[in-house]
Design a protein around this ligand. Sequence first.
Ligand SMILES: Cc1cc2nc3c(=O)[nH]c(=O)nc-3n(C[C@H](O)[C@H](O)[C@H](O)COP(=O)(O)OP(=O)(O)OC[C@H]3O[C@@H](n4cnc5c(N)ncnc54)[C@H](O)[C@@H]3O)c2cc1C
Length: 397
Amino acid sequence: MARSRTIIIAGAGIGGLTAALALTRAGFRAVILEQAARLEEAGAGIQLSPNATHVLFGLGLAERLRPLVVAPEAVRIVNGAGGHDVVRLPLGQTAQSRYGAPYWVIHRADLQAVLAAAISESPDVTLRLGTRVADFAIHQHGVTVAARDAQGARDEQGVALIGADGLWSTLRTRFGDRGGPRFGRRTAFRAVVAASHVLEEFRAPVTGLWLGRDAHLVHYPVRGGREVNIVAIVRDSWHQAGWSAPASANELAPHFAGFAAVARALIAIPDRWQKWALFDRPSGRPRQQGPVTLLGDAAHPMLPFLAQGGAMAIEDAAVLAHALEHDEDIARALRAYEQARRHRVARAQRAARLNSWGYHLPGPLGMVRNGVLAAMGGEKLLRRYDWLYGWRPEQQV
Ligand SMILES: Cc1cc2nc3c(=O)[nH]c(=O)nc-3n(C[C@H](O)[C@H](O)[C@H](O)COP(=O)(O)OP(=O)(O)OC[C@H]3O[C@@H](n4cnc5c(N)ncnc54)[C@H](O)[C@@H]3O)c2cc1C
């Protein structure tokens, strides 16, 4: 395919891989430059809400994903201290009928493997591992990307560059944003255990959300139900930059001292935890220029309290490909994509931040929150997310 159809993508995370697939559907060729020597995802799960599964289905991935996922019947919100249900938001068939696509949970490595397999089968995608993007230069034919691999410096030419290089994006800095990510005063601990090691209530096809003072716990089955993903998020001042660090159950236990015994027993099971300091950025991107733009966490990182960072990266990919397919002027198409995404991702960032406060309320405030959630009931609570889960790419471009 002519060079005039080649788009360079920095980063092979969920956003970069999905963007490559979406761009080939729009008639482009994609070259992905990934700094890591191997594609490796965190040993953890990810929730794929209907706005994300809708896009993945559109890319023809439904049948590859189906054997690997679990479709939770509900989100079970639990009073962490008492261990009893506050309310259940129906998912399963209700979400499928309401939003026209399923709510799924999956191991990240499985999602990545499906995306990577689809890419490896496409003659229009080249993935260069061990290749770190350092800089770019815009010129009249597009963009020259300066990268480094084991052999030294290399240049790649394309008509556009998509910075899908994550929270600590190099390309974002290149647009003059020197502020850096904003620490959310929370740490996420994550582990995956064999389903046979946990109580029946944690194995069930349900997403559990246990709320307590300065801490909450999320669990759901992955790998078709053979393993259980556990995420424990606590208020904390540890804020090492980067991605993950090893952690221990001893570190975590004091944060859950006020939780019911079954919850404490669950977090005592994993031998190995990984921890992440949580960051986002204030809404709004730096001004991007010419044939270069940002996507996913590089553009709009958010706290994981809405389970939407990956979903927003997947949405970005669909909107970006649509914009480029329908406008020959690359720079104009990229500005249209940025504009189309602006309000929605800002709303998701705000909602996630609000949940980071609401999920961790102490004593009486937590009781009021639980009372309000119970009074609203599951159906009404789910309807509050119609704006999020009912999204379709066509609405935005
Ligand atoms: C605890 C936790 C739970 C979460 N749960 C959910 C959930 O349930 N649902 C959901 O939708 N989201 C969730 N998220 C958010 C989601 O994980 C992220 O939003 C998503 O992974 C972002 O994808 P990305 O492709 O934009 O960035 P990344 O996944 O960070 O990928 C960026 C890639 O770019 C590469 N890279 C970086 N710099 C360079 C460079 N200079 N050159 C070349 N390559 C480079 C990196 O190596 C990496 O592979 C969660 C996040 C956390 C922390």
